[in-house]
Design a protein around this ligand. Structure first.
Ligand code: CMP
Length: 137
């Protein structure tokens, strides 16, 4: 079934000049770009986007990192796009992510892990509405 998912190419990836590499991996997989925007997350958007994490110990440094510079927000679509994108990205900790995944190949960090992607249909719907309120659901 065709799905849409929300992807953030995080500030570390923008600073490292990896935007083209990461978008290229998604495009080569066959996913389509439905929307794309360069934007700096503010505190309010960080708290809304990471609502499930705001009480966690790792949230203050995560928030500082995510608001530290521009990121690229995208809506990607394709067959089973939510799970397909999660598989391309790899597990959260770049030190543990499998070789061949984005984090496994390009990140050595649990926080600065280059990409965020929606983890379920409900989170995709919620995150797309946050980042692209004009986009139909
Ligand atoms: P993301 O997929 O954006 O979802 C939550 C983010 O929190 C995660 O990627 C990491 O950037 C960060 N994160 C999750 N767990 C930890 C942790 N234990 N320590 C530091 N950062 C974390």
């Amino acid at each position: 079934m065709t799905e849409c998912t929300l992807v953030l190419i995080k500030p570390d990836a923008v600073r490292r000049g990896l935007v083209g590499e990461l978008i290229g991996r998604f495009e080569r997989k066959g996913l389509a770009i439905e929307a794309m925007r360069l934007r700096t997350m503010d505190a309010e958007l960080a708290d809304a986007h990471y609502a499930e994490h705001v009480a966690r110990d790792f949230y203050p440094p995560l928030k500082a990192f995510m608001t530290s510079g521009p990121l690229v927000a995208l809506i990607l679509s394709g067959d089973q796009a939510i799970d397909v994108v999660r598989a391309l990205i790899g597990v959260t900790d770049g030190r543990k992510a499998a070789a061949g995944t984005i984090r496994g190949d390009l990140s050595l960090s649990n926080r600065e892990n280059l990409v965020h992607a929606s983890d379920s249909p409900d989170s995709a719907k919620r995150e797309i509405a946050l980042w692209f309120p004009e986009h139909p659901v």
